[in-house]
Design a binder for this molecule. Structure first.
Ligand SMILES: [Zn+2]
Length: 260
């Protein structure tokens, strides 16, 4: 994969994947109309089809909430959160008022639930977020929250966990719980005022699947230097905070979640 693809600046090798026909064949007419095609890596087409078939055999209508997400999309999420246009949540899922945070504290809160632009696995095209259309009420909006994981989607994610024990090609890099400590770089950079609200690492995302045969390769090809080069750009939000912390951010939010 080219350097630009590894950080989400190039969508070569991505193809549209439309699972609506399969959902329709399963009898999920409404889900078929609501499931939009998603961009995924071209080598993911067959594995995703097989995964959906396995789910169907178990009685689930596997939906794909997102696939490929490029750098500009990741950047716009960070910009919206830094401007207060999207909610910023602490480790307990409670909204944090922006005005209470220093820029470095914002970064630490932000990174628990969103990726640093260029550091999300979604731009490799081999990672997808999945859920069960069959459990979502016709008018309900998908949120992918812990409440849904433990509530309406609990049977689906329980099945998925069992299925993944038989199919080692699919992994869940973000399934583990947050740690209990604030990140060490936050303490060094700006004190510990909000340390009880901020944990090191990424919040649990049991819906996030990574296709290991592709992901192993891209993990090996991605290095902290690529992020350094990407963030050497004063137009990016919080550039002054991110640049000196890149090696810590790469360690805690990228390499710590490698599955290879
Ligand atoms: Zn995801």
């Amino acid at each position: 994969m080219k350097a630009a693809q590894l950080v989400g600046l190039d969508s070569a090798e991505m193809v549209w994947y439309d699972s609506a026909p399969a959902l329709l064949a399963q009898g999920y007419r409404q889900a078929a109309t609501r499931q939009a095609p998603v961009l995924i890596h071209r080598d993911l087409h067959q594995p995703v089809t097989q995964l959906q078939q396995a789910a169907a055999e178990a009685g689930f209508a596997l939906g794909i909430a997102s696939g490929y997400r490029d750098f500009s999309r990741q950047l716009s999420i960070m910009q919206q959160k830094s401007l207060g246009e999207r909610a910023l949540l602490d480790r307990f899922g409670i909204c944090v008022p922006l005005q209470t945070l220093t820029p470095t504290e914002f970064l630490a809160v932000y990174l628990m639930w969103s990726a640093l632009p260029g550091a999300s696995r979604h731009h490799w095209g081999c990672d997808i977020d999945v859920f069960d259309w069959g459990a979502l009420a016709p008018a309900a909006r998908l949120q992918l929250t812990q409440a849904e994981v433990e509530g309406i989607f609990a049977p689906f994610y329980t099945w998925l966990e069992c299925y993944l024990q038989r199919d080692a090609d699919w992994r869940r890099p973000y399934a583990r719980a947050l740690g209990s400590q604030a990140p060490d770089w936050l303490n060094a950079a700006s004190g510990v005022r909000l340390s009880s609200q901020i944990a090191a690492g990424i919040g649990p995302e049991p819906w996030h699947l990574s296709y290991a045969p592709l992901a192993f390769r891209y993990e090996c090809e991605t290095h902290a230097e690529a992020l350094c080069a990407l963030w050497d750009n004063p137009d990016l939000p919080l550039q002054a905070q991110v640049r000196p912390l890149i090696s810590y951010l790469y360690r805690d939010y990228v390499a710590a979640y490698y599955i290879g």
